[in-house]
Write a protein that binds this ligand. Structure first.
Ligand SMILES: C[S@@+](CC[C@H](N)C(=O)[O-])C[C@H]1O[C@@H](n2cnc3c(N)ncnc32)[C@H](O)[C@@H]1O
Length: 203
């Protein structure tokens, strides 16, 4: 299997080379709190939580957050961030491709974990997301849009890997997931690309 491994991410955090890190929570969290998508008491998982800005924002919104990352340095930053704000969340050092929760979640916040995985892992990851959610649970997805010219030659480049909407429809099929109608909100990312904000419901 191709793509970055745990040591790659560990090094990035240890050396503070984190261009994806907004230094703040994802801007879509606020609208999702305002429109009732995110509510106090919601059991939500954050796969690939990184330095934990989103984990803290969700915890402060009253959600019961489980943060998963396999890079120890990421979890250390998340732990410190939570402690500084006297907030709490469950932290799991684990591989998102194999980890299983004790019971399914109400929601998942998928912010640049999927696009950090090489496409060789996407089918397995899509199945994990489905397993982690209870029926009726929601996948709050920020789908990274970063197609490069080399894709026209069939090359796969990343991370981040471009999350093509047609590929997402194939991996999260309408038989298992309820898709809202497009167009989707476009959320700017500081590294110059955009993310599509999509809320899917697990059937
Ligand atoms: C691009 S960063 C995004 C971090 C955070 N979500 C954000 O938006 O700032 C990708 C994160 O996913 C984690 N990650 C990548 N592959 C993983 C895997 N297979 N299992 C667990 N964590 C993984 C990395 O350690 C890193 O923290």
């Amino acid at each position: 299997m191709h793509g970055p491994d745990r040591d790659f991410w560990q090094q990035r955090f240890a050396q503070r080379q984190m261009p994806w890190d907004r230094g703040a929570p994802g801007p879509q969290i606020e609208p999702w709190i305002a429109d009732g998508t995110l509510t106090p008491g919601l059991r939500i998982a954050v796969p690939g939580c990184g330095s934990g800005h989103d984990v803290l924002a969700l915890a402060e919104a009253g959600c019961k957050v489980t943060a998963i990352d396999y890079a120890e340095a990421a979890l250390t930053l998340t732990r410190e961030r939570l402690a500084a704000a006297a907030a709490t969340a469950d932290l799991e050092q684990a591989d998102v491709l194999t980890w299983q929760p004790a019971r399914p979640f109400d929601a998942l916040y998928e912010q640049t974990c999927w696009c950090a995985l090489h496409p060789d892992h996407w089918q397995a990851y899509a199945l994990q997301l489905q397993r982690w959610l209870r029926p009726g649970g929601r996948l709050l997805m920020l789908a990274m849009q970063c197609q490069r010219p080399s894709a026209a030659e069939g090359r796969v480049e990343g991370p981040p890997y471009h999350m093509d909407i047609q590929m997402l429809r194939a991996l999260l099929p309408a038989t298992q997931w309820s898709w809202p109608a497009a167009p989707y909100e476009r959320v700017a990312h500081p590294i110059g690309w955009t993310e599509l904000a999509i809320v899917l419901t697990r059937r």
